[in-house]
Design a protein around this ligand. Structure first.
Ligand code: SF4
Length: 109
């Protein structure tokens, strides 16, 4: 849920920076909801939250423009790297450590 909220804050930030307009409301529309009344979800937010997310986004854009692509801190392997196509590259460059996949439903002999 936090990811959706951050994404909406980012859109609000871009709206403000690019068009000088303020978002009136932040909504997520759940497309798989059967009843339309249940599909719309509004988020409470503050200008500080939008500014915080916008600032974080601007810092990332700045790093990209400066071609700073180094990984300062490896992300959580299970949540992020495990499915990433670059995991072998990152492991061979000591950015991450490959971990064995866990199959809880399989029994070892
Ligand atoms: S494997 Fe490398 S590129 Fe992929 S998410 Fe992890 S650190 Fe980032």
């Amino acid at each position: 849920m936090k990811r959706y909220f951050n994404q909406l804050c980012l859109y609000a930030h871009i709206l403000k920076e690019r068009y000088g307009r303020t978002a009136e409301r932040l909504y997520v529309y759940w497309t798989s909801e059967e009843k339309r009344a249940n599909a719309l979800m509004e988020f409470d937010y503050s200008e500080e939250q939008i500014d915080k997310i916008g600032s974080h986004f601007d810092k990332i854009v700045q790093k990209i423009r400066e071609k700073r692509f180094g990984v300062d801190k490896a992300p959580n392997y299970e949540k992020t790297c495990r499915e990433c196509d670059f995991r072998y590259y990152c492991a061979s460059n000591s950015i991450i450590e490959l971990k064995k996949l866990k199959y809880p439903d399989r029994q070892s002999n």
